[in-house]
Every structure is written in structure tokens, then in C-alpha cells.
Ligand binder design. Structure first.
Ligand SMILES: N[C@@H](CCC(=O)N[C@@H](CS)C(=O)NCC(=O)O)C(=O)O
Length: 197
């Protein structure tokens, strides 16, 4: 299996999932020209990362879809609860929430901070979405006691928000993100990403 990757991009979520699974994989880091070339557009119609080639030759794009499929194919990693269970439904809920709701309010806030723009609107839009995550954190992980693919997505999306200091010190959301970032598989993913850069 092979991940088509750019360090610091959304493909790092897939790298983290691969490290949680612990099976060997290949990593191809793409330049901008390679991403926009014909060969990569056959993998991803928009010339983006991540794209992923599975052992049977299937190629998928969309980070959440790739992470969920990897979790399903490697049940021993316990990154998703059993199919059809209430716990599995919560993992779907938070995985979709991450992409559909969280990303679109976290990234603009990060961008505003980095470029020294007025953050008021971005912070206001983030607030109710961040509160939804905060309220759900009654256990160590977003869907309960067990770490899942949904945590990989949410922690990856909020990583920069926490590292830029946008959340209050002591905010349970920051503690949650730091808990995720401290996982050995995540640290290995960071090292693998840098190595390939
Ligand atoms: N919804 C997609 C978004 C993919 C995406 O926007 N990837 C960015 C990197 S984070 C990209 O490849 N942008 C085009 C480029 O860098 O040339 C996913 O989650 O996989």
C-alpha cells in the first residue's frame, strides 16, 4: 500500500492511521508539479493529497474515506468499533463532523492568526463548533473510552489551532488534542513525514 503525501498537509492523517495500524507501507512525497500532473490526476481528480493505493490496486482519495477503509481492513488495530454498533455510529458522526463542520471553522481561524488579520469573525464561527467537541469530551476520546479514527481526524484538524495558542490554556479540547499528539503512532508519523520531505 502506498500513500501519496505532502508533509504538513491533510495526508498526515492517513500517515498517523498507518502508524496506528503498524503494517509496512510506502510513502511517495509529491511536488506541486507532480500533484498537478496527469499521472496524479488519475489518482485524485483535483490533483490533491492524500491519495492512497491499496494492496489490491484500488486507489482512493478523501482523507476520512481512506482512514475509515484502512481501519476496516485492519480490525486488529481497533480504530473502529464493530459494524452496525451504536459506538460505530458515533465514530461516523464525529468523522463526518470533523470534515464537514470543524475543518471549515478551524482552518480560517488558523489562517487569520498566521497572517495577523482580524480574527473576530473566525473566532465567532469556531466557538459553537469547538463547544460541541468540548461537550462531547466526557471520556478520554471523542466517541468514548476508545481511541478511534474520529480522534485522528479531529486532533489532526485542531493541531494547529492548539499550537497557535488559539484555545484557552486548560481548555479540555487542548488537553484532548495534546493527548492525541502524544500517541507513539502520531510521533512516528511526524518523524516519517519529515524524513520523506
Ligand atoms: N477533502 C480533502 C481535501 C484535500 C486537500 O485539500 N488537500 C490539499 C492539501 S491539505 C491539497 O492537496 N491541495 C492542493 C495542492 O496542494 O496542490 C481531504 O480531506 O482529503
Amino acid at each position: 500500500m502506498r500513500l501519496f503525501h505532502v508533509p504538513g498537509s491533510r495526508s498526515t492523517r492517513v500517515l498517523w492511521t498507518l502508524e496506528e495500524i503498524g503494517r509496512p507501507y510506502d510513502l511517495t512525497t509529491l511536488t506541486r508539479d507532480e500533484r498537478k500532473g496527469e499521472e496524479h490526476r488519475r489518482r485524485h481528480p483535483l490533483g490533491k493529497v492524500p491519495a492512497f493505493e491499496f494492496d489490491d490496486g484500488q486507489v482512493l482519495f478523501e482523507s476520512a474515506a481512506i482512514c475509515l477503509q484502512l481501519a476496516d481492513q485492519n480490525p486488529e488495530a481497533e480504530l473502529v468499533p464493530p459494524l452496525g454498533s451504536a459506538e460505530r455510529a458515533r465514530v461516523y458522526q464525529w468523522t463526518v463532523f470533523a470534515i464537514a463542520e470543524l475543518e471549515k471553522v478551524a482552518f480560517p481561524w488558523n489562517r487569520a492568526r498566521r497572517s495577523n488579520e482580524d480574527e473576530t469573525e473566525a473566532a465567532e464561527k469556531f466557538a459553537p463548533v469547538g463547544e460541541a467537541v468540548r461537550a462531547a469530551l466526557t471520556g478520554p476520546w471523542i466517541a468514548g473510552d476508545d481511541f478511534t479514527v474520529a480522534d485522528i481526524l479531529i486532533v489532526s484538524i485542531l493541531r494547529n489551532t492548539v499550537e497557535l495558542g488559539l484555545l484557552e490554556p486548560g481548555d479540555p479540547v487542548s488537553a484532548y488534542v495534546e493527548r492525541g499528539l502524544a500517541r507513539p503512532a502520531q510521533l512516528r508519523a511526524d518523524a516519517a513525514s519529515t524524513k520523506s520531505a
